[in-house]
Ligand binder design. Sequence first.
Ligand SMILES: NC(=O)C1=CN([C@@H]2O[C@H](COP(=O)(O)OP(=O)(O)OC[C@H]3O[C@@H](n4cnc5c(N)ncnc54)[C@H](O)[C@@H]3O)[C@@H](O)[C@H]2O)[C@@H](O)CC1
Ligand SMILES: Nc1ncnc2c1ncn2[C@@H]1O[C@H](COP(=O)(O)OP(=O)(O)O)[C@@H](O)[C@H]1O
Ligand SMILES: [K+]
Length: 536
Amino acid sequence: MACMIEAVGVHRVRAAEEPLLAAGVPLMERAAAAIAARAAQVLRGRQGAVRGAVVVVLVGPGNNGGDGLHAAARLARRGARVTVVQLGDRVHEGGLAAADAAGVAVRRAGAGPEALGLPGAARLALDADLLVDALLGIGATGALRGDAARLVRQLLAADHRPFVLAVDVPSGIGVGDGTVPGPVLPADLTLACGALAPGLLLPPAAGHAPHVELVDLDLDVPAAQPGDVGGPAEGLDAVHRLQDADVPGAWPVPRPSDDKYRRGVVGVVAGTATYPGAAVLTVGAAVRSGAGMVRYVGPAEPAAAVLAAHPEVVPGSGRVQAWVLGPGVDPEDGEQARHVQEALGEAGLGSRGYFAPTGVWGPTADAGIRPVVVDAGALAALPERCAPWVVLTPHAGELARLLGERGETLVREDIEAEPYRWARRACDLTGATVLLKGATTVVVGPGGTFSQAEAPAWLATAGAGDVLAGLLGTLLAARAEEAVQHPGLVVRLAALAALVHGRAATTANPGGPVSASMLVEALPRTIARLITREER
Ligand SMILES: NC(=O)C1=CN([C@@H]2O[C@H](COP(=O)(O)OP(=O)(O)OC[C@H]3O[C@@H](n4cnc5c(N)ncnc54)[C@H](O)[C@@H]3O)[C@@H](O)[C@H]2O)[C@@H](O)CC1
Ligand SMILES: Nc1ncnc2c1ncn2[C@@H]1O[C@H](COP(=O)(O)OP(=O)(O)O)[C@@H](O)[C@H]1O
Ligand SMILES: [K+]
């Protein structure tokens, strides 16, 4: 828990700033000082010196522009050749005065007698050693508009851009939801002022800010626990991201007193005669991530393949602590569909009580209720309403289908444009925890929101999702009783699975291609390295 990154909903940042600003704390000057210091470090690293380096600061109408103007003044005093390019008519007055006093050239972009014109502004920006994006921050609504949008489009069309430092966020991202509604200049470095906005962690916007550093402004933001999820009017309370350092505290390491049953038995319903590989991979991932035991339920052909690859697997149904349902399952296959239904029955769906917004989630202390991972073919078998301990693991196409069956008209691209929104919608409609797979994996549950971005693009390979499902099954089985009580634990375990899955891809073959089988092979040593924090 201790190390994870927290992005803070905009309303919470504003609430934390308010008393400080009322008390006259110079937050903007503090932010600007840190931005100028970091910019100077970048210039020293890239140009050898601050003095004489060419800096262009793109400045918008609000306080984000104010940050940029104050930082411009500080860099000018250090000897940088700074030009501010003002987009729009308004500009932060205090910041403008500071820039003027430091001898910074302030030029308007766009039309007008003194203006640079957009092509002129673009040339200036592209010729800089450092380009600072202080157009819009957390006050942005919708896509960049007007000249700012036009200028950024021109910059995006250029073959080469200078190093871009974004103040607070890359301007124009959906700060609260991670959307990219219009042109956005990708930032080489983003300096988040006071707190990270959710959009810095959520895809696709997060892709425009691959390196984020926090400028600590001593804001007193009350900690949100995973589980605080905010209403639609206020937006998201928090997004969390687990770090490698969180793994030792969260991974279920067996104790000497444990036996294989106490460590957790995973039941897998996966594969058909046509797709035996999915069964082998899902089971393999459960075995290799440290399940006490794995039971495989399925037809003779995949069962034979599973046993040949993993002789430790116990064939046939029996008592389990968690189920993994669906990889390689054809929803039309009568026998497997029946197994899926039986296992879903063990999730206790149809019980009353698990939609309570806080506290213990329902009549589950009788220990008869099992967490379930619902993947691929089993998604079609999902009942109308689920519970937080049911984790759906769709990719974008599967989520579009799932929501289509519940009244939304969507295609895969809609999900990819707004992953958080649609994962949240699926969670709201079903009551389940939803892990939406992608380059950045988003987990949205009644227990909070996580985003994990460890996966190298090599992981986009057939069968990788089956491995994730098996791995998550092991985690849920190990902590099954707590999982059905605490929705916050379920989202965290799902995020943990995504983190380990991504790391395993790198372990399997750092910087190069991986197959799903290699991923399975790499799981034991990936987990060992993460939980002992030793390089192997
Ligand atoms: N309040 C403070 O003293 C502090 C503010 N900080 C900075 O202030 C920023 C927030 O400032 P603001 O609340 O003024 O908001 P912004 O500076 O993000 O900009 C909001 C202004 O931009 C215009 N605008 C909004 N959406 C637009 C769009 N899509 N296209 C074109 N123009 C648009 C609006 O007219 C609005 O006035 C933070 O991101 C951060 O950089 C931090 O430095 C911390 C201290
Ligand atoms: N561009 C990408 N970069 C990194 N990881 C990705 C990317 N695209 C997909 N992934 C990951 O690869 C896995 C693919 O899973 P899935 O789509 O279910 O494939 P399959 O059904 O073949 O197993 C998921 O864990 C997903 O998060
Ligand atoms: K910005």
